[in-house]
Design a protein around this ligand. Sequence first.
Ligand SMILES: Nc1ncnc2c1ncn2[C@@H]1O[C@H](COP(=O)(O)OP(=O)(O)OP(=O)(O)O)[C@@H](O)[C@H]1O
Ligand SMILES: [Mg+2]
Length: 509
Amino acid sequence: MLLEAKKITKRFPGVLAVDNVDFEVYENEIVSLVGENGAGKSTLIKVLTGTLKPDSGEIYVNGEKVSYHSPLDAFKRGISVIHQELNLCENLTVSENIFLAHELVRGKKKALYSLVDEKTMRRKAQELLDMIGARFSPNTYVSDLTTAQRQMVEICKALVKEPKVIFMDEPTSSLTVEETRRLFEIIKRLKERGISIVFVSHKLEEVKEISDRVVVMRDGKRVGELRKEEIDVDTIIRLMVGRDVEYFPHGIETTPGEVVLEVKNLSWKNRVKNVSFQLRKGEVLGFAGLVGAGRTETMLLVFGVNQKDSGEIYVRGKKVEINTPMDAIRLGIGLIPEDRKLQGLVLKMTVKDNVVLPSLKRLSKKGFILNEGEEEKVSEEYVRKLSIKTPSVYQIVENLSGGNQQKVVLAKWLALNADILIFDEPTRGIDVATKAEIHRMIRELAAQGKSIIMISSELPEILNLSDRIVVMWEGEITAVLDNRERKVTQEEIMYYASGQRKQNRGDIR
Ligand SMILES: Nc1ncnc2c1ncn2[C@@H]1O[C@H](COP(=O)(O)OP(=O)(O)OP(=O)(O)O)[C@@H](O)[C@H]1O
Ligand SMILES: [Mg+2]
């Protein structure tokens, strides 16, 4: 056994995050750790990799009892980790990031001063990049890399000291299907080199595909284990949630009404090219396409985060100028952004303050005197509706688990009661049960007469929820597909997402 943890317990104020958990990693295995949002996965990983001290329990590495004083301690023993939130320095190069805190130096180690050996570091960084099949230079600045590429840098970082075990906490949550496939190739290659992997994901099909073994957590406890031949999505869900879950809401149909939002020939910096579409009352309009197709960029223009170079926007038939998000909010538009940390949340504020932030005006007395009572009521309502796991609405958002932070972002825009809602990857990092809840909510909102734009890289989500589907490719719309009968296929979307154009775009009129 490479790593063995016995009876690990970790508490936070008001939360028993990890409750008496045993966990082990054997040689040459890919073991997945699964559980609902807030089940304790990341906390357990942080304890096992030296970021957090357990309240009680023992950890053995290669049979030897250890007590870590820092992540570096664990790292030196061959235990590496890629955390749920990536931790790279944007203003440094790939090679500088890989060797951060492990800089190679020229000359004697213990000399009075020494010089960082950049050349060797660059060469070694290149070797690591080659090994995992990354095709960018070690001299690239991290700020210029995509999420998938940053993920690869994290892997190289984890590989610097020839690890025995690499913990990967939701490495695929922001990756496309293609990128995930490539990551899995890398994971398999690492396994062949004798490195064991602990993998965390809410995408259970992936878990089934990659794992030799699955360990399930619920409410801080270890509740089950499945061996390779027992691994099956429904079994995992039953262990995780304690019941069966219906993936997609059936039967919440709507009759889309008049056009509430129309975008004409929107262009921006060669990334959004002549984009035109219409959104109707009571409709879910899905936006499909590969990462970089310009979907998010288009919505940032509609929401006034970026300023369009040309084009027109009409809301309820009237031409409007949207120069800031405030303009958009006043017109009844809400955007649930893709990157919760950068655009979605004020991490140091409480759940309540985050939830009510865009609605302050509506909730305040006379429009400007804060109304704590009302704020508490509204935020508690959404904590309940979205089953946000938190001791109270006064918890600091930073202390919530990743998936629960995502739910706070959703709550914030739902509480605003906007008529036009733009969801950008609404269920990223969210567990199966809550995901099904959110899907049902999206359809219900449409049934209540809200108009919804949903960007998603998960095709089943697009296919099952959308009334119409817009497909984008390299900043252009290549097709608008009628999906009222739910008959559009994955193949059809992939065809247009790779640049084929539909002749008759199938617009409304
Ligand atoms: N620093 C902290 N302070 C207070 N509570 C915390 C802290 N870190 C985690 N928690 C709480 O511990 C519990 C477990 O959180 P953890 O992040 O381990 O969940 P998770 O299984 O990784 O969930 P997810 O799938 O959403 O990432 C949650 O209730 C969370 O709010
Ligand atoms: Mg987590």
